[in-house]
Design a protein around this ligand. Structure first.
Ligand SMILES: Nc1ncnc2c1ncn2[C@@H]1O[C@H](COP(=O)(O)OP(=O)(O)OP(=O)(O)O)[C@@H](O)[C@H]1O
Length: 249
């Protein structure tokens, strides 16, 4: 996928769900993975022409694992002229050494989000952006159906009232395969997380399940995504589609 295509999907999601208002300062969560680096490219590109002026600030919460080198991301942000902050934490140590958590992902995500939100607030940001894409939304829906018995996926826009900050997901219309293509084409400096739980999660299971369904019934992921965006999920904002782009979603 070319940058132009990434920007087109991003703009459509941002317009459809009115994710960006004039004067917003958006903290971009950078894990070091391909999705959040694609998000950095997307919002950096959009900023140049989007009618609502906004600022961006990239933030990584460093979980404290050894062999996690963020220098390539620092260089990228410098080239793009995007301010970048790394929050140093001991989250990895607390979870795997101190508490020896059996289900580490939930606590890790909670602590990581806490550190990220606090840093974003301290920098004066009023919005947070995550790199969740279309496949993430479908996988979340499958997990909710299977394990919670409800039809749910995370919302394009969520107001976090305790923090008084709004979370947006501008890559929600982008397929994971396109993110992978983009990552290769533009040589994104992916810094793989050395987390011991990586690749053995319930989410991995949902990813394989979605891929299997799509192999057996081509187009299944796209149709499941359609069900999500048309599914009147509680707390989702209304979608403001524009007639000339709704057909190719
Ligand atoms: N350590 C972190 N610091 C800052 N933001 C993070 C961090 N980890 C995750 N995020 C943000 O949360 C989003 C969802 O996290 P998740 O762990 O599901 O990432 P992912 O789907 O593997 O994406 P990526 O390819 O960017 O790692 C990421 O896209 C990113 O925006």
């Amino acid at each position: 996928m070319k940058l132009q295509q990434l920007l087109s999907y991003t703009r459509r999601a941002v317009d459809d769900y009115q994710m960006i208002q004039p004067g917003d300062k958006i903290a971009i969560g950078i894990s070091g993975g391909k999705d959040s680096l694609a998000l950095l490219y997307a919002l950096h590109g959009l900023k140049r022409f989007y009618p609502n002026p906004f600022e961006i600030h990239a933030i990584t919460v460093d979980l404290g694992f050894i062999n996690f080198n963020l220098d390539p991301i620092r260089d990228l942000c410098r080239q793009m002229d995007v301010p970048y902050t790394v929050v140093q934490t001991d989250i990895g140590h607390i979870i795997f050494e101190d508490r020896k958590e059996k289900n580490p992902c939930a606590l890790c995500a909670k602590m990581r989000k806490g550190a990220f939100n606090e840093q974003a607030k301290a920098l004066g940001c009023n919005k947070l952006a995550y790199g969740h894409h279309k496949d993430d939304l479908v996988e979340t829906m499958l997990l909710s159906l299977i394990f919670e018995g409800r039809f749910y996926s995370f919302s394009p826009v969520t107001y976090l009232d305790r923090m008084d900050i709004t979370l947006i997901r501008p890559l929600m219309y982008v397929n994971e395969a396109d993110v992978i293509g983009f990552s290769h084409k533009y040589h994104l400096p992916v810094c793989k997380s050395p987390c011991p739980a990586d690749g053995v999660t319930k989410r991995e299971y949902a990813k394989e399940l979605a891929a299997q369904l799509n192999r057996d019934h081509p187009g299944a992921i796209e149709r499941m995504f359609g069900a999500i965006i048309n599914g009147n999920i509680p707390n989702w904002p209304p979608r403001h589609t524009c007639a000339n782009h709704s057909k190719d979603k």
